[in-house]
Each structure stands twice: as structure tokens, then as C-alpha cells.
Ligand binder design. Structure first.
Ligand code: TNX
Length: 524
């Protein structure tokens, strides 16, 4: 039983109903119309935000979305917004290309020369005569539109037509992110998440202005991406999961489709192939990758640290080269995550040599490595990025010019239980309720890792105990919003009681989206 919540069967039903647009009927009616001040909740908190208190802008059948002639990016973002509005209104706003800003329009502009904004920043102005969103770049415009979405009533999230005036409170916002890397990781190896569920997470990340989705594509329990030159990785290595649950994998077409879907929402997919440990699925698929030439059986348990590629064999490096080449060809993003964590089977010096050799292989394919904290002592270039997760020596990498992603397990490991009663999840890094996930400061988290060395913050969601997308959502929400705010908002705009108020006000939107969020006693 999920505490304060529903059984899995009820959740499935609710999600189906929500998809059919019927779920609103099951909930207490929320009147639409003027948004009360207290119901306004923008998450992450913008840098500057004023609600003017005057009359709202009303989206009606004559409202158009205006972009500058020939601006294809603004048009695409405008169409995204038109679809959002159109899915719940009696009519879909037209996207028009107009040099001058028309009255009664939602005007979308990109102004790269506005130094206040930067490529991911935006300025949003709402008054009764119109709405203006100015992005410092296409990403900034997209984020401004996501904030505009959060100013609209939650009913806008329902995919069913609900003709009623759609009011947007008068406001002025100027905003830009604190950190370049605002990420989440999904472990699709321990359990497999089908592409449509990954897309759902991509949609939700976009709503909170997050821009990196790290996919943990291989581990002991499953290999989840097709590699054409090593087909048994998926045929055999992808066939299982923890606890005998169904396996699965992404074909290269499906993976490329996910990459494009994410890119259209300004999210970079970061693939991870964990090595040299966490490799039982690969070792089980190809005997030659094992030092003794014997393939182990597939693994359905949840222990770590027992597997390792044979770092002394040439075939291991041919294998890595093929895998990195095939995956790199599918991603425009510059990063390739090589894992590198929890290796117990290889002498430390051989492990460190392996990591620097893999950095060279990845560089040949045009990418930069990211690895978990353990890689920091290896001889790496300043291009390598190190992901801190527990007590480690990321300072060594910082001293050589590398940057760090902060994923402290005691704060942002979304697979940790909220409290002792949480029915799923682990607790080795502690219990993490919403306030604990929120109340810490990246720039002072690690001695020797100043703000300038921090690329950003990422919340990993490991999936040993998560069977379905409902479980993934239950662990991610609402803590993911705390991480989104840590990564986006300046420290002076972050305050627990204010965040708590906004989370409560945001709850109807979770319901409208059918998100299986945990109603934490921290928040209620
Ligand atoms: C540690 S974090 C791991 C994962 C587990 C996770 C469970 C890291 C780099 N390694 O293999 O899934 O703990 O919380």
C-alpha cells in the first residue's frame, strides 16, 4: 500500500481516466476564472517576479500567438503553446508571423542581444492588453512559455476540451538559471521503462525548466540499448530485470526518437554505459569479455560491485570503441557518461589506467566523459566531468580544471525512502523527505568545490525497487521540484516556507497531469 495515496491498481485507473480527460469529474470541482494570488505557484522560483494585482489577460477565441516573420524556432515554440491551450479550449490559437506586436496577442520573441537574459533567460510580461515573452535564445523563450503555462489554471493540463475563459494573472518576471546543468537520471537498467514513459518524464522535466536527462542504460541486470555490432547485448543481456520482471531495450530508432523528443524540449539526453563494473549483463552476453572466458548467468538481484570487464584484454577496448561509436552517432549532445562506480574486482591502479584509456576512446568519437566520483583520481583532461554522489575525491579533478555535477546521495537520491514507512525505495543514504532534499546549498556543499567549479545539480532515480512508472513518479514527485529549484534559482530566492506554499498551490497541477506524487507531511 502506498501511504497517503493510492494502490497501484487505482493509480493505473486514475491515469487512464486522466488520459481520457475524465478525471476532473472525480475530483472536487475547482472553479476556473481569476487566479487567486495564493494559487499562483511558479517552480523553480524566478529571479524576479512581481504580480501586479491588476486585471488579468484573458485568452479567448480571438487570441493569437504572434512571432516575428521567419523565426522558425519561435514559431515551433508558439505551436507548442497553441497545442497546450487548444487541447483544453474551444479553439486553438493561430500562430501568426507579424512584425509589430498585435493587440490581444501572446507575443513570442527571441532577443539574443539582451544581455540581462542570456540564452536560457527570459522576460515575461502579462497585462490585460497582451502577453509578451522574450527569450534571450530559443531555450529561454521555451522556459518563458513554461512559466506562462504555470501561471495558467491547472485545467490547461487536461487533454480534454473545457470551454471556459482562461485567465492569466498580470505579472512581470525576469529570469535566468543559476546552473548550466539541471538534471535527472533514470535507471532503466534495473527495471526497463518503455519509451512512452521516458517521454512522460521528458515532458515533466520541461515543465520545471530542467535540461539534462541522464539515462543509465546498462548495469548488471540489463543492457537497454541496441548495439548493432554486438547484438547479443540486448538479445540476451536485455532480456531480464530485477526480480524476474520483464526486460526490454531501445532500438537505435527508438533511442534516436527519444533524443529528438528531448531536444525539441531543450533537454539533452546523456547516455551512460557503466564500466568497468556494473557490467554483468554484457559479461553474460559475450564470454570473451570475461577474464576467464566464461559467461556468467544473467543477474536479477540487487547487490553491487561483483562484476567487471576484463581490463587486460584487447577485445574489451574494441567492445568499448564499438559501443561508444554507435551511441555517439545517435546523440548531438557532447557528453558520454562512462559510469566508473563501485569497482571492487580490479586493482586500483589498473582501474585508473582503464578510466584514462576510456577517456581517450570517448574523445576519438567527439565526446567528453562524465564519470561518477570514483574516477576523480585518474589522469583525466580538464574536459572530463565528475559526478559527486558520496564521500569521494572530486576535489582532485577540480584542482585539474574539471567541473562537477552535484548528486549528493543523502539529499537528492530520489530512490531513498521519504520516511521509514515509504513502501518502496532504499535507505542506505538516509531518509530524504522533501525539506531535506530542498534545504542545502550547492556552493558550500563540498570544501574545495566553489560555485565556479559546479556545472550543476542532478537527481538520480535508481530503480532496484521500482516496478512501474507509477513507482518512478512516486519517488520523483515532489522531490524533483526541490532539485529543479536548487539548480535554477539563486540562493536568495530559495526559502523553505515559500517553496512549501508554492508546492501546495502546485498540487492541482499534479492532479491534472495525473502525476502520482507523494503527499509529504513536510508539505501538508
Ligand atoms: C549506488 S550511485 C549506485 C547504484 C545503486 C544506488 C542505489 C552509484 C554511482 N552507484 O548502482 O543503484 O547506489 O541507491
Amino acid at each position: 500500500m502506498l501511504p497517503h495515496s493510492y494502490t497501484t491498481a487505482t493509480l493505473r485507473l486514475l491515469t487512464l481516466l486522466a488520459a481520457a480527460g475524465a478525471v476532473a469529474a472525480c475530483r472536487p470541482a475547482r472553479p476556473e476564472g481569476p487566479t487567486p494570488r495564493a494559487a499562483v505557484a511558479v517552480i523553480p522560483a524566478p529571479v524576479s517576479f512581481t504580480l501586479s494585482g491588476g486585471p488579468p489577460f484573458v485568452v479567448d477565441t480571438v487570441t493569437v500567438i504572434a512571432v516575428e516573420p521567419g523565426d522558425a524556432e519561435a514559431r515551433r515554440i508558439g505551436e507548442w503553446l497553441a497545442d497546450l491551450i487548444g487541447s483544453t479550449r474551444e479553439s486553438t490559437p493561430r500562430v501568426v508571423e507579424e512584425p509589430a506586436v498585435a493587440a490581444r496577442a501572446i507575443a513570442l520573441r527571441i532577443r539574443p542581444d539582451d544581455a540581462r537574459l542570456g540564452p536560457e533567460g527570459y522576460e515575461l510580461t502579462v497585462n490585460p492588453e497582451g502577453v509578451s515573452v522574450v527569450g534571450g535564445g530559443p531555450a529561454g523563450l521555451f522556459y518563458g512559455v513554461q512559466t506562462l503555462r504555470q501561471l495558467m489554471p491547472p485545467a490547461v493540463e487536461h487533454t480534454a476540451r473545457r470551454p471556459a475563459p482562461l485567465e492569466i494573472p498580470a505579472a512581470h518576471i525576469v529570469d535566468r538559471p543559476r546552473f548550466e546543468w539541471r538534471g535527472m537520471m533514470l535507471d532503466v537498467s534495473r527495471h526497463f521503462l518503455p519509451p512512452e514513459h521516458v517521454k512522460r518524464f521528458i515532458d515533466l522535466l520541461a515543465l520545471y525548466r530542467m535540461n539534462r536527462l541522464h539515462l543509465h542504460l546498462s548495469d548488471d541486470q540489463g543492457w537497454r540499448i541496441e548495439i548493432r555490432s554486438w547484438p547479443n547485448l540486448t538479445a540476451h543481456g536485455g532480456s531480464g530485470a530485477v526480480g524476474g520482471h520483464p526486460g526490454g531495450y531501445y532500438t537505435q530508432e527508438e533511442f534516436a526518437d527519444l533524443v529528438a523528443y528531448a531536444q525539441a524540449r531543450f533537454i539533452t539526453i546523456v547516455p551512460e554505459i557503466d564500466m568497468p563494473g556494473h557490467t554483468n549483463a554484457a559479461l553474460a552476453s559475450y564470454p570473451e569479455l570475461n577474464c576467464d572466458g566464461v559467461a556468467p548467468p544473467l543477474y536479477e538481484g540487487i547487490q553491487v560491485g561483483f562484476s567487471a570487464l576484463c581490463v587486460d584484454k584487447d577485445v574489451t577496448y574494441r567492445f568499448i570503441d564499438d559501443v561508444v561509436r554507435e551511441i555517439s552517432a545517435l546523440i548531438p549532445g557532447p557528453y558520454f557518461h562512462i559510469g566508473g562506480d563501485e569497482v571492487e574486482r580490479i586493482p586500483h591502479d589498473r582501474y585508473l589506467e582503464f578510466i584514462s584509456r576510456v577517456e581517450r576512446i570517448v574523445a576519438v568519437h567527439g565526446k567528453r566523459i562524465i564519470g561518477w566520483g570514483e574516477i576523480a583520481p585518474a589522469r583525466l583532461t580538464p574536459n572530463a566531468v565528475v559526478q559527486h554522489w558520496r564521500r569521494d575525491s572530486v576535489q582532485l579533478a577540480v584542482a585539474r580544471g574539471s567541473r562537477v555535477i552535484l548528486s549528493p546521495s543523502s539529499r537528492v537520491y530520489l530512490d531513498m525512502k521519504y520516511d521509514a514507512a515509504t513502501p518502496i525505495g532504499l535507505s542506505w543514504a538516509g531518509l530524504i523527505d522533501v525539506r531535506h532534499a530542498y534545504d542545502w546549498e550547492p556552493a558550500t556543499w563540498l570544501d574545495g568545490v566553489p560555485e565556479s567549479a559546479i556545472l550543476g545539480v542532478e537527481a538520480p532515480l535508481w530503480a532496484e525497487t521500482l516496478g512501474t512508472v507509477h513507482d518512478y513518479e512516486f519517488m520523483a514527485f515532489p522531490r524533483l521540484l526541490a532539485v529543479a529549484e536548487l539548480a535554477w534559482s539563486p540562493p536568495q530566492r530559495r526559502e523553505w516556507n515559500d517553496f512549501r506554499r508554492r508546492l501546495r498551490a502546485h498540487w492541482p497541477r499534479f492532479q491534472a497531469l495525473g502525476v502520482n506524487a507523494y503527499r509529504s507531511p513536510d508539505v501538508w
